[in-house]
Design a protein around this ligand. Structure first.
Ligand SMILES: Cc1cc2nc3c(=O)[nH]c(=O)nc-3n(C[C@H](O)[C@H](O)[C@H](O)COP(=O)(O)O)c2cc1C
Length: 542
């Protein structure tokens, strides 16, 4: 028997690290998974907490709407409540995550097949799954959006399917609604750029066969990160997860379907997806921030549930961004966009690509930060490159310079207001799919793309705030006076935007030292007649 040796962490070990770092809130009081659990975690996203103060929530005493108790804990936020938690899962500093993704994608490692796996410590198969309380309903799966959702729904999934022609597996994070102890309904996006698993479904459907499927909950973080990641079709995500881990990921054969699943995972639901009939699924609060209304999706007959002896069930909080779902995608997608613009398209002046998160939910608005002075044609190449890299991302793309904080919508409006001439710097490009959103994605109704160049087109006068040294001196006085702690909001000091002369710098220094009279003597000598008031004066030229 091949034993599952490994250096990478499983979910249990990852939680221990989070615990040590003070990043877990453990809730031991009874919490109703159907109406209380997600709303409680939601408060850390809508309650005015800073991103860095978000934590994972571990629920050890889960009950349900009917008063039943569950002996399996639930964790929310353990993979990506904020970038710090994600970076712990990645075993890389936040600023190194990008390089780690790039390296793993370029250096994939094949998985290692093992025979003994913790995810098979408990196996429930066939008839044993039937009857209330024996199958899926043994599991404390929460309702995500109480008041709107129609079922407890699996969210922190890695859904594994196999291409029946190439034999290559795909792994995607797709939701699945519980319907019966041995039946659920999976939703795989059918739009261009949607679910890789849907391409497999079409092939099985053509063959007139059901599609084998394994839904994994609680993967080792390196594997969990692969679910939402957008890799080209045909790439087996286990190999990229191996690239992240720097060693092969242990996989084991599922018990009742011909698929390989991560051996070190918490729980696996195996089954066959019906490729003939569809069953209504949802309403469900979606990551585009609206409720997905009822639609026909893929019923799966469960053939086995396997799990480790003491599993923990993860659930992602999604819906309106920011959320765990938006963080996990943001940290994964931004490096892909940056690498596309810089390396594939060779636009070296691109410094950052930011997918706007709050409310818009990442896929709609992209901010491309470029260095000052980059040629206009390169700025436009970057805008087009960002807008059309992925079919369902980048409806609105804005180019800005490095002094504009891409995460600050006020700063973006500021750049658009002062650095953009709409008639020259805005383009609307027709023919875009609707993408992920409340409009039906398959009704053929087109959307379009808005591109905006809000970069500086030349030098501008400085930002009119005191220079950094004066603001810092005043901050020290603020603290000395015992006023409440400050939370500096960029821009909090003035800086040159190119149009500034040494003569003006000197004059400002003299004024700040109380020697403005010297400035008066200088300007007295520069008097002129015959000019209209407000005529510009440049002491370097005149
Ligand atoms: C919490 C969460 C839930 C998601 N739910 C779905 C879903 O129900 N269906 C879907 O097609 N994609 C969903 N996605 C997006 C996919 O995971 C993403 O498009 C990913 O690239 C799919 O992997 P694939 O390209 O291998 O199919 C979800 C992502 C997250 C983070």
């Amino acid at each position: 028997m091949t034993q599952a040796t490994r250096r990478y962490r499983d979910l249990h070990e990852h939680l221990q690290v989070l615990e040590k770092r003070g990043l877990v809130r453990t809730i031991d009081r009874p919490i109703d998974k159907d109406s209380e659990l997600h709303p409680l975690v939601r408060w850390q996203f809508v309650g005015g907490l800073d991103e860095e103060n978000r934590k994972a929530f571990l629920f050890t005493n889960v009950t349900d709407g009917r008063g039943r108790k569950y002996d399996i804990p639930v964790v929310v936020g353990a993979i990506a409540a904020n970038p710090e938690i994600y970076s712990i899962g990645m075993d890389a500093k936040v600023e190194d995550i990008q390089a780690k993704w790039d390296h793993a994608i370029a250096n994939p490692i094949e998985p290692r097949l093992v025979n003994a796996a913790v995810c098979h410590e408990v196996v429930i198969e066939g008839k044993a799954l039937q009857g209330e309380g024996h199958g899926l309903d043994r599991l404390p799966i929460p309702v995500s959006t109480p008041g709107f959702d129609s079922a407890p729904t699996l969210t922190a999934t890695n859904v594994i399917t196999r291409d029946p022609e190439t034999g290559i597996q795909n792994m995607g994070t797709y939701r699945a609604a519980l319907k019966a102890p041995d039946r659920l309904v999976v939703r795989m996006a059918t739009r261009v750029g949607g679910a890789g698993g849907y391409q497999h479904y079409l092939k099985y459907q053509k063959r007139g066969e059901p599609m084998p499927c394994a839904i994994v909950l609680g993967c080792p973080p390196y594997v969990a990160f692969m679910g939402p990641q957008k890799l080209p079709i045909g790439v087996d995500e286990f190999t990229v997860a191996g690239g992240l881990a720097g060693e092969p990921i242990n996989v084991v054969r599922a018990r009742t379907v011909d698929l390989l699943v991560p051996a070190d995972s918490e729980l696996v639901i195996e089954g066959l997806i019906d490729t003939e009939y569809l069953e209504p699924e949802a309403p469900f609060g979606e990551s585009h921030g609206h409720v997905a209304l009822e639609e026909f999706n893929m019923p799966m007959q469960v053939t086995a549930i396997t799990h480790r002896k003491k599993p923990i069930i993860p659930s992602y909080i999604s819906q309106v961004a920011p959320s765990e779902s938006s963080v996990i995608k943001r940290v994964a997608y931004e490096p892909l966009f940056l690498s596309h613009l810089r390396n594939t398209l060779g636009i070296r002046g691109v410094k950052r690509v930011s997918l706007h998160e709050p409310l818009t939910g990442l896929l709609r608005v992209i901010i491309v930060t470029v260095e000052k002075g980059m040629s206009r044609t390169e700025v436009w190449r970057a805008l087009h490159g960002a807008a059309f890299f992925k079919a369902d991302c980048g409806k609105i793309c804005i180019a800005v310079n490095e002094d504009i904080s891409a995460d600050n919508a006020d700063a973006l409006l500021w750049a658009m207001a002062y650095r953009m001439n709409p008639v020259e710097d805005v383009q609307v490009v027709p023919h875009r799919g609707q993408g992920h959103g409340p409009k039906r994605e398959h009704d053929q109704e087109e959307d379009s793309t808005l591109l905006m160049d809000a970069t500086m087109k030349g030098d501008m006068p400085p930002l009119a705030l005191p220079k950094q040294e004066y603001m810092e001196r005043a901050k020290a006085i603020w603290t000395e006076l015992g006023f409440e702690p400050l939370r500096p909001q960029p821009p909090w000091f003035g800086y040159s935007l190119g149009d500034w002369l040494p003569q003006w710098d000197e004059a400002a220094k003299r004024a700040a030292l109380g020697h403005y009279l010297e400035n008066g003597l200088i300007s007295a000598k520069q008097k002129r007649k015959g000019l209209k008031p407000e005529t510009k004066f440049r002491p370097d030229k005149d």
